[in-house]
Design a protein around this ligand. Structure first.
Ligand code: SD4
Length: 334
């Protein structure tokens, strides 16, 4: 391998030095053709502040907007935003009231990432209503990026979080009903309806993101999805943009989904196109894509947004210029 690389390098250089058919500009031109045609216009005015979140979470956007409108940081905004569904017992895919694993236990995954590429994450965390705030504390108060399970719980309790029962009566009833057949089959757009991933660009031009979920309903105990994994459920690069994912975590992890979306934006694609190309990649790596849903949303440094999914039914919410609205996402399968 090494000698092949050396050979190629020597050949190209040799041809160039001898004034043969290669020239540096020709080499650069051919590299250029591999790149994306930039979809994002340069020197556009920046649309800021802006917040975007998965599904129709207008209340979460509202909470984030209140921070952004006072010139607060994107980091504070996304934390405040996702805490709304985390505390909502009727939101069955996030925090308190989230559907349990097949043993009837609620376990949560969450992560957060700021404009300096600092990140914090908790996985398989039980009994804590606001895993996103624990993830932020992991980021800010420890030398680590990720804590899991009992250690994450211990860390949360030592830092003032309260131990709570997160299983609501309604969730418990549904789980008992599920137990009768015990059939694990994620249902597109229904079972995993409300996991929230949120991205914000603040008035200072900085990006941050957060993602929080109770994961797949009736999962095997100990299962961790994409949502707490940096580069899968969430990725932020303050030079380029940010992305977050929802849907079947296993399919997102396979392609490092949100890192892919951000890298596609780095290559010049706008957020919409980047999400579309990433969904295509998910489809190409998951032969069973007809039975699973994945959705991405993205936000770039110019404040442009995009979203795309495999199957119809995914939506996202955008708040900018004082206007908070839900958008039905376009899908690969029509
Ligand atoms: C997971 N991606 O744990 C999460 C679930 C989700 O909308 O996003 N639901 O696989």
């Amino acid at each position: 391998m090494k000698s092949r690389r050396k050979f190629l390098k020597n050949t190209a250089l040799g041809t160039f030095l001898l004034g043969g058919s290669f020239s540096l500009s020709a080499i650069n031109r051919s590299r250029e053709s591999e790149k994306a045609t930039p979809d994002s216009a340069v020197n556009k005015t920046v649309n800021k502040p802006v917040v975007i979140s998965t599904w129709r979470n207008l209340a979460a956007n509202q909470a984030a907007w209140e921070v952004l409108a006072k010139n607060g940081s994107a980091l504070d905004a996304v934390e405040a935003g996702v805490k709304i569904p985390e505390a909502d017992p009727d939101d069955r895919s996030v925090g308190y009231g989230g559907r349990p694993d097949r043993e009837g236990k609620v376990s949560l995954d969450a992560c957060i990432m700021d404009q300096h590429s600092n990140c914090g994450s908790v996985a398989f965390l039980e009994h804590i209503k606001h895993p996103i705030s624990v993830a932020r504390m992991v980021m800010e108060k420890t030398p680590h990026a990720m804590l899991a399970g009992e250690g994450a719980l211990q860390f949360a309790l030592e830092n003032g979080f309260e131990k709570e029962n997160l299983l609501t009566e309604k969730s418990e009833q549904e789980w008992r009903e599920w137990l009768k057949k015990s059939e694990y089959k994620p249902v597109i757009n229904i079972e995993n309806h409300d996991t929230i991933g949120m991205l914000a660009l603040d008035s200072h031009g900085n990006l941050s993101g957060a993602c929080t979920t109770s994961g797949a309903a009736y999962k095997i105990r100990g299962r961790v999805g994409d949502s707490p994994i940096i580069g899968a459920g969430l990725f932020v690069d303050n030079e380029v943009g940010a992305a977050t994912a929802t849907g079947l975590g296993e399919a997102v992890i396979k392609v490092a989904g949100t890192h892919l979306v951000v890298e596609l934006m780095r290559q010049g694609h706008n957020p919409q196109k980047a999400c579309e190309l990433a969904v295509e990649r998910v489809i190409s790596k998951n032969p069973d894509y007809k039975d699973l849903q994945v959705g991405f949303i993205a936000l770039n440094k110019q404040g442009e947004c995009g979203g795309y999914c495999i199957h119809k039914g995914f939506s996202y919410a955008v708040f900018d210029k004082g206007n908070n609205r839900a958008i039905d996402s376009d899908s690969a399968v029509k």
